[in-house]
Design a protein around this ligand. Sequence first.
Ligand code: HEC
Ligand code: HEC
Length: 235
Amino acid sequence: MSALALAPTLAVAQTSAAGNAPAAAAPSAAPAAPAAAANDAAAVPFTTGKAASGEAKAALCTACHGPNGNSVNPEWPRLAGQSAVYIAEQLKLFRSGVRNNPIMKPLAASLSDQDINDLAVYYEAQTPTGLEADPSYWKSGEALYLSGDAPHEVPACVACHGPVGRGNLAAGYPALRAQQSVYVVKQLNDYASGARYAGPSPPQADPNAIMMLTLAKRLTPEEIRDVASYVQGMR
Ligand code: HEC
Ligand code: HEC
């Protein structure tokens, strides 16, 4: 994957990140409507998903993802405030085995499309509780997040994951704020090694992933550590 191939995608993403700014400032339940209006594919979880049903179904998930999706285990991702479009997409990828994870695969296999949409809108409506960043690392992590690493052709994370790490809910770009740093380090390494998605052509299986598959390879272990600490502390 060349830098040239990534560049047009980035230009589009910057535009949509800017377009998402008003939604990011709104209360967590509000972005659902503009997201659904902006994109038919993105509308799916919102047109059929019911947060109240999702809350009941989430009983199965709380053991690991925590009450209201605020996991306290550093290896288990937080789902509170996560994009519903992204959650629904990831659950389908676990179910089909494309996102390769022995814990989530059997759990996702028991979920119908309706279950997935209910869970997705429920978790997006929850509020992440704050976590602390490691003071030794977060400042350099912040610099990478806001400005990227031009000599290594790493774009700024803020373009897609947003100024306060809420992601781009409409586009299904995941929120990173208050995400467990141990989990974030694992995902960046899994993108870089190709382990996150199985199969001969993960980019076709999950077109959104192509950006991360490309840029994670360009990050140093120190950059991964630092930016993971920074996002863990984001509110
Ligand atoms: C036994 C613990 C466990 C249970 C129970 C569990 N999960 Fe997970 N979940 C995990 C782990 C571990 C990961 C991270 C996998 C990885 O490293 O790629 C994960 C990842 C996810 C992700 C991807 C998050 C992201 O940011 O990409 C979603 C979405 C998810 N789980 C939803 C659910 C839902 C919904 C349920 C209930 C139906 C559930 N999980 C139950 C352990 C669990
Ligand atoms: C061009 C847009 C774009 C840029 C720039 C970008 N990301 Fe991403 N990121 C995405 C998308 C889209 C996904 C979801 C990919 C998928 O489907 O697997 C993602 C996923 C992730 C995940 C996994 C989240 C989870 O819950 O599992 C992490 C961690 C992440 N990005 C960190 C970063 C960091 C750190 C940077 C800056 C060095 C960055 N990203 C720059 C678009 C971007």
